[in-house]
Design a protein around this ligand. Structure first.
Ligand SMILES: [Zn+2]
Length: 331
């Protein structure tokens, strides 16, 4: 049975489900994180096992904090993939959560916990998290790019998360940046994600080395150049490796093109770069910041700041919490 929630002071539990880990956190109504739990997703064990693990994490984090499900106002869930936010369904699976299609995740979690659950795309959640609790506090119009294995995005307009007709807005990774470019897994060609994601950086470095270029990456990968990762390229670039720096610069250039397009469409006050690759800091964002200052229509170029996120890999749970608070208040 679903309990009736009246006060607006109850804590929420937020969950961020990714391909490798599930992060669960308990939040007070003022947005303060009280506790956090991280455990592996183990997606190969199947959807049911992952949902069991997720519910176990929720129960344990509450027990550890001497609370019960009846004291929780809502559960906010951020999940990779194409999410129908209104219905709480994972419609199309993320490549990192294969098989998660047409999955009524919010309803399942609600049935298992007795608490209302709300589902939102993980990158949209990260945008909301940064705007509410991170780099974009007080910013009304904010765009977030998440740079990881792929590229995601989130849109805040007038202080509110913009989700589009069904929850699919903000797929910045799949905007065309090369009209006759590389084939993307999404079916489109020349997508930003093919040129500026972690996967793209690693591929670019591998291609340069295959053509005979020298790099410390060859030793770093123990001679197995096919095993070079974006993380290795980042490390090599930070220690001055020229080839790695060129690969990062190419990514930063394409990210800049993506940002210019988005800045012209949305006229945001702030563009936040989050996700794992944002740890490279200025190396990854400075070229784009320069392009955003020079290329867009001038009114748009003058209004925008480009920054890295402040919440790191917790942006998703912060955003899922904010989403749960908002949904609870508008019920
Ligand atoms: Zn694509």
């Amino acid at each position: 049975m679903i309990k009736t929630v009246s006060p607006k002071t109850e804590p929420v539990v937020a969950v961020d489900i990714g391909g490798t880990k599930i992060m669960t956190a308990l939040f007070k109504a003022d947005g303060k994180m009280l506790a956090k739990d991280v455990r592996p997703t183990l997606v190969s064990e199947g959807v049911d096992a992952v949902i069991e693990r997720l519910c176990a994490a929720i129960n344990e984090i509450l027990a550890d904090n001497k609370m019960s499900l009846s004291q929780i106002g809502a559960i906010g869930i951020a999940c990779a993939g194409g999410i129908d936010t209104g219905k709480g369904i994972v419609v199309t699976p993320s490549p990192h959560l294969p098989g998660w299609a047409d999955l009524p995740l919010a309803e399942i979690v609600k049935k298992k916990t007795g608490v209302l659950a709300y589902l939102v795309n993980d990158a949209s959640a990260a945008a909301l998290g940064e705007q509410r609790y991170g780099a974009g506090r007080g910013v009304k119009n904010l765009i977030l790019f998440t740079l990881g294995t792929g590229i995601g995005g989130g849109i805040i307009i007038d202080g509110k998360l913009y989700l589009g007709a069904r929850g699919g807005a903000g797929e910045f990774g799949h905007m065309t940046v090369e009209a006759d470019g590389l084939q993307c897994d999404c079916g489109n060609i020349g997508c930003l994600e093919k040129y500026a994601s972690g996967t793209a950086v690693a591929r670019d470095a591998i291609e340069r080395i295959s053509r005979g270029a020298k790099s410390s990456l060859i030793d770093m990968a123990g001679g197995k150049i096919d095993e070079i990762t974006a993380e290795m390229v980042g490390k090599a670039a930070q220690s001055g490796d020229n080839l790695a720096r060129e690969a990062i610069a190419r990514t930063a250039y394409y990210l800049g093109i993506g940002m210019v397009n988005i800045v012209n469409i949305f006229n945001p006050e702030m563009v936040v770069i989050g996700g794992g690759m944002s740890a490279l800091g200025e190396m990854i964002i400075a070229p784009g910041r320069k392009m955003v200052a020079e290329r867009p229509y001038s009114i748009n170029a003058q209004s925008v700041r480009v920054v890295t996120g402040r919440l790191g890999n917790e942006a998703g749970v912060y955003g899922a919490a904010a989403f749960a608070f908002d949904m609870r208040r508008t019920r």
